[in-house]
Design a protein around this ligand. Structure first.
Ligand SMILES: Cc1ncc(COP(=O)(O)O)c(C=O)c1O
Length: 388
């Protein structure tokens, strides 16, 4: 059943409406076999040989994501990092790639160490500036442009359609880390991107109990076949139980994302201009740089991620105030990661270390689905306690 023209909500709630043909079960069984029977005449009519990359446990979650993203095909990976690095491993040593200066720090580290050592020519630029993108593209040499929008931890926006056009004009592909926006708010492939990536660890699964990643492609291509080979050969694939958990988590993706967006908007507006807060960074604030792009390419909300910068005073620096705020929250949990039902707070510069673009007074907030008044109240008391 393809669920043809049904909305994302219906696709998600029913996991595309698939049932297990053998048992008529509404939720799928968890396939755990690592290998498949060869027919007596030496053929594999099941189409499956070995579970490293042909596990039926992947099929339904991949099909749901392809439907949501308008993708030709989706692949599950063992983590967001396994998915993201496969995009680069499918290139060739010597290829030039552009990536943002502000992006998920661990992938930036991998690019500047392992990928550079392996021979990729990685150039980090300001992806919120279309002129910087055009100037850095080297026609014929640049093979891939990687963007993250909104981008950790400052939530800078990149115009996906404009960047796709510029990349294609130079003969490069555009890959988008859409983890923060989720397929509920943005479909990068429809805006011209070639590859969409998610750390499924975050909103897609949504319950902070699983590490997973996904890649979707707009079209089949020689490049995509290399990505498939990277997954099959390197083997960064998901376990059967994790694939099943991901599918279960996705059944409520639309509800969770909309709730987080609504609360994040209220929280951002509440603390914007607050006497103990130096700045609120949130794409949904009309005064935020990039708000117009966010409005154009994020539909139905501006995401659940924001950062606030704590104000210092004569007695306490902004950094000390920020760390003290995190120490005093009770409902907001002090932890890294994002996109779960529970709200998280973290002093981002401490996590990212040397070279971080995060100001030392910045707290990254992942807004969950608790009652928004409780979240605001807890943050209020933590801000006051931090400055006492
Ligand atoms: C935007 C973004 N991309 C990629 C990743 C990597 O995902 P994973 O932790 O599943 O490897 C993360 C994880 O924090 C992320 O926030």
């Amino acid at each position: 059943m393809g669920m043809g023209s049904y909305q994302a909500d219906s696709v998600l709630a029913q996991g595309l409406g698939w049932i297990d043909e053998q048992t008529r079960a509404i939720t799928p069984p968890i396939h755990v076999s690592s290998t498949y029977l060869r027919d007596a005449d030496n053929q594999y009519r099941s189409g499956r040989v070995y579970a490293r990359d042909q596990n039926p446990a992947f099929d339904q979650a991949e099909a749901v994501l392809s439907k949501l993203e308008g993708a030709h095909q989706t692949l599950l990976f063992a983590s967001g990092m396994a998915a993201a690095t496969a995009v680069f491993q499918a290139l060739q040593p010597g290829d030039h790639v552009l990536a943002p200066k502000v992006m998920y720090w661990s992938l930036r580290n991998w690019l500047m160490t392992f990928a550079v050592g392996w021979g990729l020519k990685v150039e980090l630029i300001d992806m919120s500036d279309p002129q910087a993108v055009t100037a850095a593209l080297q026609p014929g040499k640049t093979k891939l442009v990687w963007i993250e929008t909104p981008a950790n931890p400052l939530w800078m926006l990149t115009d996906i359609a404009a960047t796709a056009q510029a990349a294609h004009a130079a003969g490069a592909l555009l890959a988008v880390d859409s983890t923060v926006s989720t397929p509920i708010l943005t479909q990068p492939l429809a805006l011209g991107a070639d590859i969409v990536m998610h750390a499924a660890t975050k909103y897609l699964n949504g319950h902070s109990d699983l590490i997973a990643g996904t890649l979707g492609t707009r079209v089949d291509s020689e490049y995509w076949q290399r990505v498939r080979k990277v997954r099959a050969q390197v083997g960064g694939t998901l376990g059967s139980f994790e694939a099943w958990l991901l599918l279960r988590g996705m059944r409520t993706l639309h509800l969770r994302v909309r709730a987080a967006c609504a609360s994040a908007q209220k929280i951002a507006e509440h603390f914007n201009g607050h006497p103990l807060v130096a700045e609120v960074l949130y794409p949904g604030l009309p005064g935020f740089t990039g708000h117009a792009i966010a409005k154009a390419q994020m539909k139905g909300g501006f995401g659940g991620m924001m950062s606030i910068r704590a104000k210092g005073n004569a007695a306490v620096s902004g950094e000390a105030a920020a760390i003290a705020v995190a120490a005093h929250t009770q409902l907001w949990k002090r932890a890294t990661s994002l996109g779960g039902t529970e709200s998280l707070i973290e002093h981002r510069a401490s996590v990212e270390g040397v070279g971080t673009p995060a100001p030392t007074d910045l707290l990254r907030l992942s807004v969950g689905i608790e009652h928004v008044d409780d979240l605001i109240g807890d943050m209020e008391q933590a801000l006051v306690a931090a400055h006492a």
